[in-house]
Design a protein around this ligand. Structure first.
Ligand SMILES: *Cc1c(COP(=O)(O)O)cnc(C)c1O
Length: 372
């Protein structure tokens, strides 16, 4: 058996290469327009269509999408933004980058997503926004967050970097808050051949401000700047590649869901493994299939010895990161996040995993469980 990777961007490329992706690339290169050209415009329109939003503004990456959305809403020093401590570092990094203070609240034990009740308990007069993260591909409880946003006049920003294509109560991720941030990092469900990002929103003014800020704060008049922004753009090559890949997204998502269902069916027999919980209000796009086991490092090693790559997501919750030590959190502050961080392990669930490979992963895992 060949080694089994956790992600497989090479196979994605192989499929696209057979579909003349290089001819399309050469056409774009021949045109000589490399940033903010027609491919980017088309890709933005397609993302708006997919997410069923009015506006999609491209950026250089998912982190910039978060930073730009915060800036566009005037969030900065003195402001607090509530988010989950069990997410990728960038979610909270963006809050600090604009000068605001991240305030963590614990997660829901079953979905791993920010708990609306815990978030509400952290709202103060300084709170300006909440960033629920659709972790591992499952939408957060967005009705509850919309209600909090309404009641306390807060901006709700979806960190949808892991969940493109997921649905919540029949609505698309990306359309569930005031704005949503997407990433096209190569290993994401829709990944480019490099970095890329997008912000989606139904708010005309917010989308406009984000577009201006992403381009050095330059308004309609060239070389006249209305604000200090940043340089955060998507280039034509990435947009073209992503447009071609996007045609595969729904098939690839279906394959992820099929694999997830098969894992769940077969692993349910193991009594020391906690399986992913899928909220019936949601469709889960399984960016990652994450289980909890008593000793994830030991299982990781066992799987690795059998040529299977697994990984811990995320071993250190954000409130315990050295970079955030000045925020003053300590062990025990968010017990649900800490338990998840201690026990979570992601199994390969990428769309190019074959049935045989998956069966081998399952058998290897089951054998490990029986040994103990
Ligand atoms: C990947 C990711 C980001 C950052 O996206 P980049 O494109 O890598 O900057 C932010 N939040 C979450 C939850 C992510 O998974």
């Amino acid at each position: 058996m060949q080694p089994i990777p956790l992600f497989d961007p090479q196979s994605e490329y192989r499929v696209l290469r057979n579909e003349h992706i290089l001819d399309a690339l050469s056409e774009v290169l021949d045109k000589g327009i490399f940033v903010a050209g027609p491919e980017v415009k088309r890709f933005e329109a397609e993302i708006a269509l997919l997410t069923r939003t009015k506006h999609a503004v491209s950026t250089a990456n998912g982190t910039d999408s978060l930073i730009l959305t915060l800036l566009a809403n005037g969030i900065g020093p003195g402001d607090e933004v509530i988010t989950s401590p069990f997410t990728f570092f960038a979610t909270a990094e963006a809050i600090v980058r604009v000068g605001a203070t991240p305030v963590f609240a614990d997660i829901d034990e079953r979905t791993y997503n920010l708990s609306p009740a815990h978030a509400e308990a952290k709202i103060t007069a300084r709170t300006k926004a909440i960033i629920p993260v659709h972790l591992f591909g499952q939408p957060a409880d967005m009705d509850a967050f919309a209600e909090l946003g309404h009641r306390y006049s807060l901006i709700i920003i979806e960190d949808a970097c892991q969940a493109i294509g997921a649905e919540y109560k029949g609505k698309q991720v990306g359309s569930l808050g005031h704005a949503a941030c997407l990433s096209f990092y190569p290993t994401k469900n829709l990944g480019g051949f490099g970095d890329g990002g997008m912000v989606t929103s139904n708010d005309d003014e917010m989308a406009d401000r984000i577009r201006v800020l992403a381009f050095h704060g330059m308004g309609k008049l060239k070389y006249y700047h209305e604000a200090v922004g940043l340089n955060s753009r998507l280039d034509e090559i990435q947009a073209l590649m992503l447009r071609i890949k996007m045609q595969k997204l729904s098939a690839w998502t279906k394959r992820r869901q099929e694999l997830a269902q098969r894992y769940t069916n077969q692993l349910v027999q193991l009594n020391d493994v906690i399986l992913p919980y899928c909220d019936s209000a949601c469709s889960h796009v399984y960016h990652l299939y994450v289980i909890q086991v008593p000793d994830p490092d030991k299982l990781l090693l066992h799987m690795d010895q059998h040529g299977i790559t697994t990984a811990r997501y995320y071993p250190c919750p954000l409130h315990l990161q050295q970079a955030f030590s000045s925020l003053g959190y300590k062990v025990g502050d968010f017990p649900v996040s800490e338990k998840a961080a201690e026990h979570a392990l992601a199994l390969p669930v990428h769309p190019f995993l074959t049935d045989d490979q998956q069966q081998y992963i399952i058998d290897t895992l089951v054998a490990f469980s029986h040994v103990k």
